[in-house]
Design a protein around this ligand. Structure first.
Ligand code: KG4
Ligand code: ZN
Length: 352
């Protein structure tokens, strides 16, 4: 039984979790800063890192208490070291180093995108139910990537967004429509009352490529909002416009994501499709992906799609088993990429 403490502070959630063998969650504490950033309509990096400093120790203490584990019951400490906001990442990495050093435990730096993918293993009774190669569609506030995963830690990037990430597009369009922050869940909720056929919004197919572009779609929504503005609608008519636009936008994003993921999975002979990242919480995306693909589609539970530390501890378990360790010189890498190999350490100096 391998217990790993995971720590996540890459954006605006301060999170810590204890996970057994990469699958069983003993505790999973997430302190969200959403209420703080709401007034800015997006994450304010400086405010985020200051808030992480305030929250990190109580969050780690709470997760250890909840798990009922003592420090010497842990096997390793894992932390997200990129991609993300430099100032935010730094708080988690330093906390992890302090605990690892103080308790004599190995330190593992984990890629945030890899962690999102490994949310699919959490809570799954049979690890064998995931069969490689799998096609991963990672859709979050910062990323939209199609990744072929041929084994643990083995990735080939097939494509990604050329401009906005899918979640970013949801957030920006949410703001245009005057919806709550973050835009993703707000658009999903508004869309329930709307008619997705009212506006035929553009889809950027970009030929045969596995790349994405959402900026044209966002501009199309902006144009419609601007065109309707001067008429000064009654509140009820305005609400109708918002819900119809939300529904039409959601369908357009989901359409492109599903079609490209499906085509990539077929071309690369994937056995399954895995969804990951905050946008994977979207019910229409989950449903359409499942219905339109002939392959099994796996999604993390909705609560584990958005940022959390259980996924960090989960990914770390498989890396730990493969002998991966980080050095004490582990640094944050804000634009860290998901490399295609299982390189044993992200830094030159290995722990002894
Ligand atoms: O993975 P995540 O928590 O953070 C990043 O790594 O970026 O993803 C956050 C993103 C936000 O853009 C948010 O609007 C989006 O995920 N999101 C959703 C839903 N829930 C969260 N987008 C669409 N539908 C949702 N239900
Ligand atoms: Zn994330």
């Amino acid at each position: 039984m391998t217990l790993i403490l995971g720590i996540e502070t890459s954006c605006d959630e301060t999170a810590a979790a204890v996970v057994e063998d990469g699958q069983r969650i003993l505790s999973n504490v997430v302190a969200s800063q959403v209420d703080i950033h709401r007034r800015y309509g997006g994450v304010f990096p400086e405010v985020a890192s200051r808030q992480h400093i305030l929250s990190i120790t109580p969050v780690i203490e709470e997760t250890m208490d909840e798990a009922g584990v003592s420090w010497d019951g842990l096997e390793a400490v894992a932390v997200t070291y990129g991609p993300g906001l430099a100032g935010s990442l730094l708080i988690g990495v330093n906390a992890a180093k302090g605990i690892a050093l103080g308790c004599g435990l190995p330190l593992l730096g984990i890629n945030h995108i890899e962690a999102h993918i490994y949310a699919n293993w959490l809570g799954r009774k049979e690890a064998g139910s995931i069969v490689f190669p799998v096609l991963c569609l990672v859709v979050s506030g910062g990323h939209t990537e199609l990744i072929l995963m041929s084994g643990h830690g083995q990735y080939q990037r097939l494509g990604g967004t050329l401009d906005d990430a899918a979640g970013e597009a949801f957030d920006k369009v949410g703001r245009l429509l005057g919806l709550d922050y973050p835009g993703g869940p707000a658009i999903e909720q508004a869309a329930q009352y709307g008619d997705s056929t009212v506006f035929d919004l553009p889809r950027a197919w970009l030929g045969d490529s596995y790349n994405f572009s959402f900026s044209g779609l966002k501009t199309a929504v902006l144009r419609i909002v601007k065109a309707y503005e001067p008429f000064g609608f009654a509140q009820s008519r305005r609400q109708l416009l918002v819900v119809d636009l939300a529904a039409s936008f959601q369908v357009a994003v989901v359409d492109v994501l599903v079609e490209k993921a499906k085509r990539a999975a077929e071309e690369y002979h994937a056995e399954q499709i895995l969804l990951a990242g905050g946008v994977a919480a979207n019910r229409l995306l989950r449903q359409e992906m499942t219905e339109r693909s002939n392959l099994p589609v796996l999604c993390p539970p909705i609560s584990l799609c958005t940022d959390n530390a259980a996924m960090v501890a989960g990914a770390a378990y498989f890396r730990y088993q493969a002998g991966y360790r980080s050095g004490w010189d582990l640094d944050v890498i804000p634009n860290l990429k998901l490399t295609g190999d299982t390189s044993p350490t992200p830094s030159s100096a290995r722990q002894t």
